[in-house]
Design a protein around this ligand. Structure first.
Ligand code: ARG
Length: 357
């Protein structure tokens, strides 16, 4: 088990253990400690998000069930976390599967425009209000300009819009300013849409919890179009999987993540691996179902992991509730529609003229 001292020590190694492997993807390299050298890693990549149908949880935990707020209304005091087209989850899903139409109405595909390539799916995101999307900071590290991004809502099959699909340009990307790419701390971003969305059966906001306590016995789900095998290609269909919340203490053990999981992160998956998020799922929601209110809360934002689906290396998600104040502040300070600078000038000039003459 990881002690406080051990944690302090391993933090020094964090910069060395996190490595970026492609433009937008982040892998975490396992710290090489004496203790770990003997561990044999599966070759050719383990099974990734939603490909494995075999694995169940073997993590034994002592849950201190702490409740979420009874009802947290959506950011605009609207209903949230509801999915009109699909029943609430009743039984456990083993392994990943293709999502049903309307199963994750807050799920967004964030596409980036590149010359000669056109728009390409890079990250996931989630709808939290008519005008705000939540995503991960690392998705925008190398592509900061809102101009080249767009959000696809109400989508099930990548690059294949249906009648329920809506495309929105991004007006502004607000990345948490103290996002630290070496440690992945504060991996959170907000995107303001140019034009608000109208909710439908296929497009709904997810609830944002304001209670930082995590009830590890909640049924939680990951969703996205990310890779279905480590190093493989992204998925055409939106996939989903149920994963367990793993207490940070367990996740930070030497032969797990050896202390790199910060308390503003959530660890979720299975000790045996197999079911996990992967590259392309980042920024997407880690959603938990709260049966009392029959609604989904976004407890996490898909952030990073060592490879995908490796045993004892579950997915790491940004702990959204830790950022509730930041989210509210950003939304409050950016809620006015921007008057175009030119228009602003013209108004000032006219007012000036009227005063002078
Ligand atoms: N960083 C990845 C992305 O950019 C997501 C990684 C999640 N990895 C994991 N093993 N759960 O899409």
């Amino acid at each position: 088990m990881c002690t406080t001292q051990a944690l302090g020590h391993t933090w020094e190694n964090v910069a060395r253990v996190i490595e970026e492997t492609s433009l937008f993807s982040v892998f975490v390299k396992r710290p090489k400690t004496e203790h770990m050298r003997g561990i044999i890693k599966p070759k050719g990549g383990a099974y990734c998000l939603l490909l494995s149908f075999l694995v169940g949880s073997s993590v034994t935990t002592s849950p201190p069930p702490l409740a979420l707020p009874i009802k947290w209304p959506g950011l605009n005091n609207t209903n949230c976390g509801l999915r009109p087209l699909v029943d609430y989850p009743t039984s456990r899903i083993i392994g990943g599967k293709t999502a049903r139409d309307g199963a994750w109405p807050w799920q967004v595909s964030l596409e980036h425009y590149a010359l000669f390539k056109g728009y390409e799916h890079i990250c996931g995101g989630s709808v939290i209000s008519e005008i705000w999307l939540l995503s991960a900071a690392h998705c925008f590290r190398k592509a900061k300009s809102a101009l080249y991004w767009r959000a696809i809502l109400g989508l099930r099959t990548l690059y294949t819009p249906s009648a329920s699909t809506v495309v929105r340009s991004i007006q502004k990307i607000i990345v948490k300013s103290d996002f630290h790419r070496e440690t992945m701390v504060n991996d959170i971003a907000l995107l303001r849409l140019k034009v608000p969305i109208v909710y439908s059966a296929y497009i709904q906001p997810i609830c944002i919890p304001n209670n930082p306590e995590i009830n590890i016995s909640l049924p939680c789900f990951i969703s996205g179009w990310g890779r279905t095998t480590e190093g493989g290609s992204i998925s055409r269909f939106l996939k989903e999987a149920q994963v367990d919340i793993i207490p940070t203490k367990i996740c930070n053990q030497q032969d797990w993540y050896a202390g790199i999981v910060h308390d503003t992160m959530i660890c979720a998956g299975f000790e045996r691996g197999g079911i996990d998020s992967c590259q392309g799922d980042s920024g997407g929601p880690f959603a938990c179902f709260f049966s009392k209110t029959k609604s989904f809360y976004q407890l996490g934002v898909t952030s990073f992991g060592y490879g995908c689906g490796h045993p004892r290396n579950p997915g790491i998600y940004t702990h959204v509730a830790s950022y509730r104040n930041w989210i509210e502040n950003v939304i409050q300070t950016n809620n006015r529609n921007h008057i175009e600078p030119l228009l602003h000038h013209m108004i000032l000039l006219t007012v000036g003229k009227l005063i002078l003459f």
